[in-house]
Design a protein around this ligand. Structure first.
Ligand code: FCB
Length: 498
């Protein structure tokens, strides 16, 4: 939602607005000399270590389907997708890729592509239909079967506990701005860790905490569509408390657990060299990239806004700094796009799309590089910059790339093959930049492509294909794309010129 939001207003409206804008014309391949392209010499030279964890990612609502099967409760995404006008193509995730019933087939694909890691998420209302209280054993059993099948295939299960599908029952009790959710969430995390912690060793409490709180409660771009900046501040604070509490709960339940989190980050560059724009870029980095990371590392909030840190509005209580601060075992980072920031604090037109009266920044996409079919610029160099920045600022943490990917709408040709050459080029170039960052000291141990499957892309419904596997949404038939086959060869060889 994130990157699209700042330009398109929101994940949902992002869908709506993008719908009004035609998808970029399909091109056949990335021009070799495109701005920002990585040289073929650098690609040929790139090497990854033998034990590098090649992986793919998905999330529960986007792939599982089975929205009301086996006792699952309603989530805020079920509610949103069942509300007319919220999803660009009028679709919903009721069935999605039906991974709930096809998980064995999906794991077989992951295995056939030599993957070592599969990042999935658990649906809170599948486990606790009301958000708290009675556990739905059938929901737990599903994830237990999924984990067992992954282990049988020699694939590391990477569990994201929360990828945006809050139980509707908890939204009805105030949602994330309600501080009580921190302890409800920690209870949910403990249930998962008790039941799967003998087999799952890698846990990410949240996917993109800043984005889902900001878009859900501040900008109105995502469920539950609230537009109140104080509600966002409260929601993000609850989530930061929840991260710390879940970290402890998971560790208490499973001695094998390692806990990180998955942050959406966009490297942000000043639009001009002016001091004001450089300050705006720094402010936006604090707001967009590390607002929910600094509390974990240091127990404090970064200076993300004009003026003082709004502790009172967020409902900060003495001692909260100790609850939030925990020693993460590793850091998860998504990279999709770079951003340009300029100052809007001096009467310049504010960025109305971000609806943010506190940061006073104008954010734009850069337009030098070629575009994906989703309209985002491809800028592999941004991944290098991000890796170096995070490594420098957080004293070289172990990093897992939790997502990168792009929309390319290629479909099966007459021979049944999906020749998505631009996606291959996209990954090849990003991975070359990742290899360079690793050579320069970034401790990256894993890379998860988004996504194993074409899936339900939130407010854009089924109109944006991110998969390395094509899904025919009428039949749920899976076809591994050429990019998937290529990525499988990369995983087998540790090279990009394959
Ligand atoms: C990320 C989300 C993921 C998917 C990709 C395209 O921000 O985590 O669920 O929507 O974007």
């Amino acid at each position: 939602m994130d990157r699209r939001n700042f330009l398109k207003n929101s994940m949902i409206a992002g869908g709506a607005l993008l719908a009004g804008k035609k998808l970029a014309a399909l091109e056949t391949a990335v021009p070799p000399q495109a701005a920002g392209a990585i040289s073929s010499a650098a690609i040929a030279a790139a090497r990854f270590p033998k034990d590098f964890l090649w992986g793919m990612a998905t999330s529960s609502y986007q792939v599982e389907g089975a929205w009301n099967t086996d006792g699952k409760g309603e989530s805020i995404w079920d509610r949103a997708a069942h509300t007319p006008g919220k999803i660009r193509d009028g679709s919903n995730g009721d069935v999605a890729c039906d991974q709930y019933h096809h998980y064995k087939e999906d794991i077989a694909i992951v295995k056939s592509l030599n993957m070592k890691s599969y990042r999935f998420s658990t649906s809170w209302p599948r486990i606790l239909p009301e958000g708290t209280g009675k556990v739905n054993q059938k929901g737990l059993d599903y994830y237990s079967r999924l984990v067992d099948s992954l282990l049988e295939a020699n694939i590391r299960p990477f569990c994201t506990l929360y990828h945006w599908d809050l139980p509707q029952a908890l939204e009805d009790r105030g949602g994330w701005p309600n501080r009580d959710l921190a302890s409800y969430y920690a209870d949910f995390a403990a249930i998962l860790a008790k039941n799967l912690g003998d087999r799952v060793t890698v846990w990410a409490p949240f996917n993109m905490p800043t984005e889902f709180t900001r878009d859900g409660y501040g900008t109105g771009g995502a469920p539950p569509f609230k537009t109140n900046i104080d509600q966002f501040l409260k929601a993000a604070h609850t989530v930061n408390l929840a991260q710390g509490m879940a970290f402890r709960a998971i560790k208490a339940a499973s001695s094998k657990a390692t806990v990180g989190s998955a942050y959406g980050m966009e490297p942000v560059y000043p639009k001009t060299d002016s001091e004001a724009d450089r300050a705006a870029a720094a402010r936006f980095h604090n707001y967009n990239n590390i607002y929910c990371l600094e509390p974990i590392f240091h127990g404090t909030y970064p200076k993300a806004f004009i003026g003082e840190i709004p502790y009172e509005a967020m409902g900060f209580k003495p001692g909260d700094e100790k609850i939030m601060k925990v020693p993460l075992d590793w850091l998860g980072v998504h990279y999709y796009v770079r951003l340009l920031a300029s100052d809007a604090s001096n009467g310049a037109p504010p960025d109305t799309s971000s609806h943010d009266p506190l940061a006073q920044i104008r954010i734009e996409l850069a337009g030098e590089g070629p575009k994906t079919d989703g309209g985002l610029e491809m800028w592999p160099h941004g991944l290098y910059d991000l890796m170096m920045q995070v490594s420098r600022d957080y004293d070289h943490p172990i990093i897992e790339i939790t997502e990168t990917g792009g929309v390319f709408m290629d479909a099966p040709g007459a021979d049944g093959r999906v020749a998505d050459l631009r996606r291959i080029e996209f990954y090849r170039q990003h991975l070359a930049e990742l290899a360079r960052a690793m050579k320069d000291g970034a401790r990256v141990r894993a890379y998860h492509a988004w996504s194993l499957l074409d899936n339900f892309e939130w407010g854009s419904g089924f109109t944006q294909r991110y998969g390395l596997t094509y899904v025919d949404f009428a039949t749920r038939k899976r076809t591994i794309k050429d990019s998937g086959l290529w990525y499988g060869r990369v995983a087998a060889t540790g090279r990009l010129d394959v």
